[in-house]
Design a protein around this ligand. Structure first.
Ligand SMILES: Cc1cc2nc3c(=O)[nH]c(=O)nc-3n(C[C@H](O)[C@H](O)[C@H](O)COP(=O)(O)O)c2cc1C
Length: 181
């Protein structure tokens, strides 16, 4: 009976209360890591960050601090699609993550890509075969122990160097908000 709340001393009860309140209000730490050649994926990464509450960091893949990565609750990775895949820098980053290092963490993945309907028949067919980066990244993050909390998503660029299709920044924030719910 010693630990029963009714038998606790006042100070013990206050301590318990303090711990419970901290658990409820603890800010979720979010790490958004991206690669971007022409700046479009970077803009989407920022928009995703704006859609999330908590302690959000948006960092280019080459500038990641491994200690910060260890402490995050949600890891979101994004890349431009290059030949159906993520960029070599994103692939290398995932490969370097130790086995099971994402255990206990939520994960999600996105990419920027061409709209397949805007392409000619040949390219459309090719794109349907080689697919996209986001689904590959998501699979890899799950393999490292992460728990997928959103469907992999692609955001559309009008040309190789951009711009982003109208409304994509808003769609990115909305995609992120759904993770918070
Ligand atoms: C070498 C190269 C290969 C690409 N391959 C694809 C592709 O397979 N599928 C696709 O949808 N877009 C492809 N794209 C278009 C990129 O998705 C686009 O350049 C990117 O979204 C722009 O993002 P960024 O500004 O962050 O670099 C390719 C672009 C480059 C430069």
């Amino acid at each position: 009976m010693e630990g029963h709340p009714l038998r606790m001393s006042g100070s013990h009860l206050m301590l318990e209360l303090h711990i419970s309140v901290r658990k409820v209000f603890k800010k979720m730490k979010v790490f958004i890591i991206y690669d971007s050649i022409y700046g479009n994926t970077e803009k989407i990464a920022q928009a995703i960050g704006n859609g999330l509450t908590g302690e959000v960091k948006v960092v280019r893949v080459g500038e990641v601090n491994p200690t910060e990565l260890k402490t995050c609750d949600l890891l979101i990775l994004g890349s431009p699609v290059h030949g159906g895949r993520a960029t070599p820098a994103i692939d290398a980053f995932i490969k370097k993550l130790p086995a099971n290092s994402l255990q206990g963490k939520s994960v999600a993945a996105f990419d920027t890509r061409f709209e397949s309907e805007d392409q000619g028949v040949g390219l459309r067919l090719l794109m349907s075969v080689i697919r996209y980066a986001a689904e590959r990244i998501a699979k890899d993050l799950v393999k490292k122990g992460g728990r997928l909390v959103a469907e992999p998503e692609g955001f559309i660029v009008e040309n190789k160097e951009g711009p982003l299709k109208q409304g994509e920044l808003e769609r990115a924030s909305k995609w992120a908000k759904e993770m918070n719910e």
